[in-house]
Design a protein around this ligand. Sequence first.
Ligand code: MV4
Length: 451
Amino acid sequence: MTDPRSVLIANRGEIAVRVNQACRQLGIKTVQVYSDADIDSLAVRMSDDAIRIGPAVSAKSYLNIDNILAAAKSSGVDAIHPGYGFLAENSEFASAVESSGIRFLGPSSQIIKRLGDKVSARELVSSLNVATVPGSNGRVADLNHAQVLAKDIGYPLMIKASAGGGGRGIRPVYSENDLSRYFPQASAEALTSFGDGGLYIEKYIASARHVEVQVLGDGETYVHLFERDCSLQRRRQKVWEEAPAICLSDETRQSMCDSALKICEAVRYCGAGTVEFLYDIRSGDYYFLEMNTRIQVEHPVTEMVTGVDIVKEMIRIGFGEKLSLSQNELKMTGHAIECRINAEDPTKDFLPWPGTISKISFPEGAGVRFDSMLFEGYEVPPFYDSLLGKLIVYDQDRPRAIDKLKHVLDKFVIEGIPTTLRLHEKLVRDANVVAGKVDIEFLEKWLLKQF
Ligand code: MV4
């Protein structure tokens, strides 16, 4: 019998391609939504069916809840996959999908809301005896309150928006002077950007690495798929990610993964998720930052070191099936590195650069994966974020993975537009990157000396 199930893919680009592939492998039919800018995209070509949801501008297409729901209803799909970005962590969207009787392939709107509010997530996590960054308990009422708290916490500190996340709405503060200047600014900004001016403050952890734990849950059983190190970031955008995180001892890794599972159990997490931590290089301590309730861009490095297809697993769970994995059969072997390939010119301060791909070729082989939306003749539209694809290499250990990455990057050709391939060719040869001697501030400082 053929599988009668169908999924509407409410996203674009490489993740829409990835979800289409996963559905195909599961025998599920796909309906791909597209804006006017994406009618010729790979995701549209490979899907079983495609529906226009509006003009190029995201606010009127990929962020338009009514249009997406109308597309889902008219095509009669059983479920919606939100991908990442756009509406993936919008609890109102999840709630609207739930009310329509269509499955949302992610956690419930309630879980999204509870973890999406960073102050409520911090409160939940500290009640579980998992360390959060020292800072305010709950929201900071006003500047006066912030000043009193700052006396205890000390400088530098960070002002963060409760409704923010992923680095949006955060601001470093180095003195009491800064605080009185930035606190009202940050509050006003949070109100305009997120419709919620609520702020909290945290001690600034300098010399840290960004380590995150991948989890899967079905509301009854929870597993972790170990961690990724995403310390190489520029303007809060990850550039290079790897698994495992070489800075962690086995003991710390176990403790961090257990902490992530505690959070899943506490909220009865359902779907794929990521628990973000800051790892303090000096003390060896780690702190919870936030939990992301979506599939992440960098999920492939975890797939390579665990052998688990995370996207297929989240689709199965979303359709009400139980986890097909148990913790004791999960192991991490080898080492994987992901390089994000963006349509940006590293020599022009990463200026986004739309245009036509005239040529693309790369050496395929064992332990080389390229998750992408590209094909020769594809025209990169100017309306969306500039991620074109992700090169992932895998090998037995980190030195071999780095060596393989060097060779693959040497042979990797994208012609027609500038890309961040050039950046990765340099990074993979940098002594500090090769030695793993980096922290979250490394890349921006390094970039000042390049190009
Ligand atoms: C921090 C931090 C240091 N101290 N919070 C940025 C993304 C968001 N998920 C949390 N982020 C951070 N929060 C405290 N209390 C450092 C980061 C951070 C970062 C900061 C500056 C430059 C690059 C960074 C990369 C990753 C995380």
